[in-house]
Design a protein around this ligand. Structure first.
Ligand code: 0PR
Length: 386
């Protein structure tokens, strides 16, 4: 009897949850055009579920899961040409990756100033507030990348770190990491590359013949780099990795940990799920380098196609897409975003560039673009953009 009651309640709750879920937009529908996340690969879902109850905060209890973590980190290290002296640390995503790297830079240098490109992700504002650090923004060039000539002038004895971006949030642009790295190497300054978005595209695109700049540990001046599997990695939220050039730097961001199976715990989080790690690992094993190459090549084809279709409507782009990010210049992006929303399409607004952002993630196909373009045209005509 009791059992029946529980079962009824159980079913009822699941139905209630489903009702909530129905209110969400889904990646599967193809109607989410502005997000940098995607429908996870099916194997990511299965892997995630299997490891739902694992805690990498207490690795002695989950040695198998810890092994997966080590192997996945090795995959990322080799993808990024990280040297044997390097170490990787799992994070929840780009925000935590940036915070962790800046925590380390502050510890190593004892300084508090961070030189960022004007295009840096807003997580750096959190860093400034959390760790009482100061941001020194550098203007961008005409191609929307960090202007290196200004970096040299801003470097000071108070500098804790310089940030370069490989795949910017607004436009997907790539800063001249090699040049910045040379400068930082000469001046012994910590350089962190925020490759949250680009880290899972640039290496694969380079393999398929795209001419893209060097952005990883091949440049000696790169001290750390963060990359997100829950963006272009086809994995499940939340999963990123921050890689440090030197293993021993982990000591700077570790504390003695009682009550758990390891003597020290590195990083910001304590208890953390092995689910997303298993998911990212499974996708990396399933797709492999070749699989990822196919995914990113398709994303770029769709991007080129979408950009062409948008321009043929008479609209213009902020800049030629470098990766799979398109920013459409508009007089009133808010009006267009609202009107698209009421038609069931989700795009993101980039206020300071007076534009909307479209990201051609793996689930966005040419067919979806063909459905979207007439709606964009109708909406733009309605609000006076065309
Ligand atoms: N660094 C860069 C270059 C980023 O683009 C982002 C996020 C981060 C760091 C922070 O990453 P997490 O949000 O994973 O901590 N960029 C996207 C943005 O802010 C994130 C995003 C993802 C936005 C999905 C919307 C969305 O639906 O635009």
């Amino acid at each position: 009897m009791m059992q029946n009651k529980v079962t009824e309640k159980y079913t009822e709750i699941l139905m209630e949850l489903e009702d909530f879920r129905k209110k969400d937009f889904s990646f599967q529908s193809g109607r989410i055009l502005g997000s940098m996340c995607s429908e996870p690969h099916p194997i990511a879902r299965d892997a995630y579920n299997k490891f739902l109850d694992t805690n990498l905060g207490d690795p002695g209890l989950f040695p198998g899961t810890k092994q997966i973590e080590r192997q996945y980190i090795s995959f990322v290290q080799s993808l990024l040409h990280a040297p044997p002296s390097s170490a990787g640390h799992i994070v929840s995503g780009g925000t935590e990756g940036n915070i962790t790297a800046m925590w380390l830079a502050k510890q190593l240098s004892g300084n508090k100033e961070i030189i960022i490109p004007a295009s840096a992700h807003f997580s750096f504002q959190k860093i400034a507030s959390l760790m009482d650090m100061k941001l020194k923004p550098i203007p961008l060039t005409k191609s929307y990348t960090m202007d290196v000539t200004h970096v040299k002038r801003k470097l000071q004895t108070k500098t804790a770190a310089v940030i370069g971006i490989a795949g910017s949030t607004d436009l997907g642009t790539i800063d001249p990491i090699e040049e910045i790295a040379d400068l930082c190497h000469d001046e012994h300054i910590f350089l962190h590359v925020d490759a949250a978005f680009g880290g899972y595209i640039i290496p694969f695109l380079k393999n398929t013949g795209y001419k893209l700049p060097q952005f990883d540990f091949l440049s000696e001046g790169v001290s750390s780099l963060s990359i997100d599997a829950h963006k272009m990695g086809y994995a499940a939220i939340p999963l990123g990795v921050v890689v440090f050039r030197e293993k021993q730097w982990l000591d700077e961001i570790s504390v003695p940990s009682q009550c758990i199976s390891s003597k020290k715990q590195a990083g910001i989080l304590g208890t953390r799920s092995g689910g997303p790690v298993a998911a990212a690992y499974a996708v990396s094993r399933y797709l492999g380098i070749e699989g990822y190459q196919q995914v990113v090549a398709r994303c770029m084809e769709t991007t080129t196609y979408a950009a062409g279709q948008i321009c043929s409507l008479g609209l213009s782009l902020i800049t030629e897409p470098v990766l799979n990010v398109i920013a459409v210049r508009l007089k009133n992006p808010l009006k267009v975003e609202r009107a698209l929303d009421s038609e069931g399409w989700k795009v993101n607004i980039i206020d300071h560039l007076s534009s909307i952002r479209i990201v051609c993630m793996p689930q966005i196909t040419k067919e979806i673009i063909d459905e979207f373009i007439p709606v964009l045209q109708k909406v733009c005509q309605k609000v006076g953009e065309l």
